[in-house]
Design a protein around this ligand. Structure first.
Ligand code: SF4
Ligand code: SF4
Length: 142
């Protein structure tokens, strides 16, 4: 099935956190984001980098570490992002700037748009990827 592009102006995030629990997903950090994340967690940047980041498998950026269950380490037990105000751009931009075919299955908000169909659902083959990375995960999550 071809991925399609729905009318994203109608997208409504369900705050389910599913996009923060994509197995194998990578949340890449852009320049300056580690400092903001460290500040949000009340720690210095060096400590944040040591405790919460890893070099991506392709060695092109740092990524957030995962919890033992595979979810992003920044996902709290309440299902909400612990660094919401400082979350990486990759998270903030999903699904508007990027999404992948599987996002229509894993994200309830996108799935609802796709199932709604109709004139606002433009059929168009497209696979957008985050400018920098993972989907790989996540999105404008909780
Ligand atoms: S972007 Fe989608 S998967 Fe992520 S929290 Fe919102 S509805 Fe859930
Ligand atoms: S929004 Fe991004 S940083 Fe926050 S828990 Fe989800 S994947 Fe992690």
């Amino acid at each position: 099935m071809n991925p399609a592009t729905p009318d994203l102006s109608r997208f409504r995030c369900r705050r389910c956190g599913a996009c923060c629990r994509i197995p194998g997903g990578l949340v890449r950090l852009r320049e300056g984001e580690s400092a903001a994340l460290a500040a949000a967690l009340g720690m210095d940047e060096r400590t944040f980098l040591d405790r919460h980041t890893l070099l991506a498998p392709d060695r092109r950026s740092l990524v957030l570490r995962d919890r033992p269950d595979g979810a992003c380490e920044m996902l709290g037990d309440d299902g909400l992002c612990r660094v919401h105000a400082a979350k990486p751009a990759q998270c903030r931009e999903f699904p508007f700037s990027w999404r992948n075919p599987d996002s229509f299955r894993t994200c309830p908000g996108l799935r609802a748009l796709a199932e709604g169909g109709g004139a606002s659902y433009r059929r168009r083959t497209e696979w957008t990827r985050p400018r920098r990375a993972r989907v790989e995960t996540v999105n404008v999550p909780p």
